[in-house]
Structure formats: structure tokens, C-alpha cells
Write a protein of this length. Structure first.
Length: 342
């Protein structure tokens, strides 16, 4: 069925389309070529992968063994050094955005976080960290769900969103969890205050809208430093993206503002893709109560595989592609696509 003819897009609407397409292309380029300053640095002695396996209908398969997996790096089969089944416990950081952008739905956020705790496995260790201008540990890693729930209840704050500083803080805390599988679940709009200002400052120096949009790049040192730390520990990141940061929901489709919001969302997508996680877009606030336990359930479907990276090219600064295969052709394995070794 055909609708009425659409109006000719305005100049600003054309810019919005160009912005989004450009940022997608830029992210793809980031995955294959970065400067020496921005390249992800990782300890390549041991590579850890959290791997999900699904059948043709998308149903998780949780009964596989070490012998069912094959790992390839740059097309060369690797020897699996260690393997953990889906029921092996995780150490999880629940990272809560307590900046001013979440003030209007703070109680909904906390109720959803309570459901996340309920959905974790009993042997999982969880820490609760809040962030705004500074990150703060409200409760350290423990199996005690009652105390973790109390930490969520007392979370409060307002002001700025120092998102990437909070991620680095969470990764530093996870570094103390030795010989554990690790994940970060973070609820935020992704609009980091420092990066937003830097994006705006770069755009202000441009003479035209086209130049302003082109000056805003998703790839930045803050993102790459987080990816580097996550690679070293094998941490999987699950961003839950609030609708307030969605560039498609902006009331004013200004090309520069759209570019800033699109870059922020593209960076969140990179956090998920490059660590083997999944970006969950929250379209309505009432979806939080469903998405939080869904992420916890997803953790229970992940295997962990570790292999020794080839020693003859360690720290060479290049992109190394990872592929995981399962011996049953009807099954599909999903994990991070690779890493930069530096």
C-alpha cells in the first residue's frame, strides 16, 4: 500500500542523513585502520573470548564442550588453552548513570536494576558503581544481593556525565577479580561531558555545516583506552542506551547537534561490538525492567575460551581478526571480531 507523496527533504534533513551514513563508515574504518596514537593497546600473551552460540532460530545453545570449538586468528587455527562452560560464574559491574540526565526516572532505573540482581546466577559476584562527574563504588564485589540492592537504593547524584572515566574506573576494579569471567552492564545515554564539549569545540572552528559535521569523529582516545583495558582482561560490555541520547529523537535536527549525538551512539556501539557484547536500545523507559534481566540471562549463555596469541608478532600494532567456529554447521558462534596488538 502506497502513501501520499513525501515532501522534498530540507537542507538540514539532508545533513542528518549524511551525518549518520558518515559515522557508520567512520566506525568501519576505525575497525580496520587507526593511527599509532589511537590504536588499542592490549596484552596479547593470552586472548580471552566470551562466546555465545545460537541455532538457526536464534536460541542459545548452552551444552557444548571444549572439543566443539575452533578458534582462528588471522585465518590460522589456534590452540585453546582453557575453556569455561556457560554455568561458570561472572564478576559483574553494574554501572549506573546518576548524572542529571537520569533524574526524571531515577526510581524506574533502580527498580530495573533490582530485577537485574534477581536474574544473576548465585555464584556471580556483583559490584555497584555510580557515576556522574566522578565514579564511586557503592558496593564492592560480593555474592550478597541484599547489600547490593541497598547500594542501588542509595545511589544518587546529578550534574555531568563522565562516562568513559567511569568505564576506566570499573575496569580497574574488575582487574582485582583474578581468574574470573568479567562483564560491565552500564545504563547511560552515552553523552560524555568531556567528549561532547570537545566535539562542539571542533565543530565551532568550522566555517560551514559540512566542515563542522566532518570534524566530529567517533574514534577518540577515550574510547580506545577503554577498549584496550577491556581487551587485556577479556571484559564484555553491555551498554543499555537511554532514549535521551538517540540522535533520531532530537527535537531540532541541527546537523552539528545530530553529529554529536550520532558520534556518542556510534561509540557505544563500538564498545559492545569490540568486546563481544550487545548494545540494547531503550526506546521507552518501561523497557528497562525487561532489558536488565535479559542481559543477566545472556551472561548465562556465554562460554569462555582462551588461547595464546602467536608470539612471533606480539605487539605489532596491527588489527588481528578473530573467528570462532562450532563443529555443528547449523550453529553460529558470536564473539568480538578481533583486537589491535600494541
Amino acid at each position: 500500500m502506497f502513501g501520499p507523496p513525501t515532501a522534498k527533504p530540507s537542507r538540514n534533513q539532508k545533513y542528518v542523513i549524511v551525518v549518520i551514513l558518515g559515522l557508520i563508515c567512520s566506525l568501519c574504518a576505525t575497525t580496520r585502520g587507526q593511527s599509532d596514537d589511537d590504536v588499542v593497546r592490549t596484552d596479547v600473551s593470552l586472548v580471552q573470548l566470551n562466546v555465545g552460540v545460537v541455532d538457526g532460530q536464534g536460541r542459545a545453545i548452552t551444552s557444548l564442550s571444549r572439543a566443539d570449538f575452533a578458534v582462528y586468528e588471522d585465518g590460522v587455527k589456534q590452540t585453546i588453552q582453557s575453556f569455561e562452560p556457560t554455568y561458570a560464574p561472572f564478576s559483574v559491574v553494574l554501572l549506573l548513570d546518576m548524572s542529571g540526565s537520569t533524574l526524571s526516572f531515577r526510581q524506574q532505573l533502580k527498580q530495573a536494576a533490582f530485577r537485574f540482581l534477581d536474574a544473576l546466577s548465585p555464584d556471580d559476584r556483583v559490584a555497584v558503581i555510580q557515576f556522574n562527574a566522578k565514579p564511586k563504588t557503592l558496593f564492592g564485589f560480593s555474592h550478597d544481593r541484599r547489600r547490593a540492592a541497598y547500594a542501588i537504593e542509595i545511589a544518587q547524584g546529578a550534574g555531568d556525565t563522565y562516562f568513559y572515566e567511569a568505564l576506566r574506573y570499573a575496569l580497574a576494579e574488575l582487574n582485582h577479580e583474578v581468574n574470573r569471567r568479567k562483564a560491565i552492564i552500564v545504563l547511560t545515554d552515552g553523552l560524555d561531558t568531556q567528549l561532547r564539549k570537545a566535539d562542539r569545540d571542533r565543530a565551532a572552528k568550522a566555517e560551514t555545516d559540512e566542515e563542522a559535521v566532518a570534524s566530529i569523529k567517533p574514534e577518540v582516545a577515550s574510547l580506545n583506552s577503554v577498549l584496550s583495558a577491556a581487551d587485556r582482561q577479556g571484559v564484555t560490555i553491555y551498554p543499555l542506551a537511554l532514549p535521551s541520547g538517540d540522535p533520531k529523537r532530537l527535537p531540532l535536527q541541527d546537523p552539528v547537534i545530530t553529529a554529536i549525538y550520532s558520534a556518542a551512539r556510534t561509540r557505544m556501539q563500538a564498545l559492545a561490538d569490540r568486546t563481544g557484547g550487545h548494545l540494547n536500545d531503550i526506546r521507552r523507559l518501561d523497557e528497562m525492567a525487561r532489558l536488565f534481566p535479559e542481559v543477566a540471562a545472556n551472561l548465562k549463555t556465554l562460554y569462555t575460551v582462551r588461547y595464546q596469541a602467536p608470539g612471533n608478532r606480539a605487539r605489532d600494532g596491527k588489527w588481528h581478526e578473530i573467528r570462532v567456529e562450532v563443529k555443528y554447521p547449523e550453529l553460529v558462534a558470536r564473539t568480538k571480531t578481533g583486537y589491535y596488538a600494541r
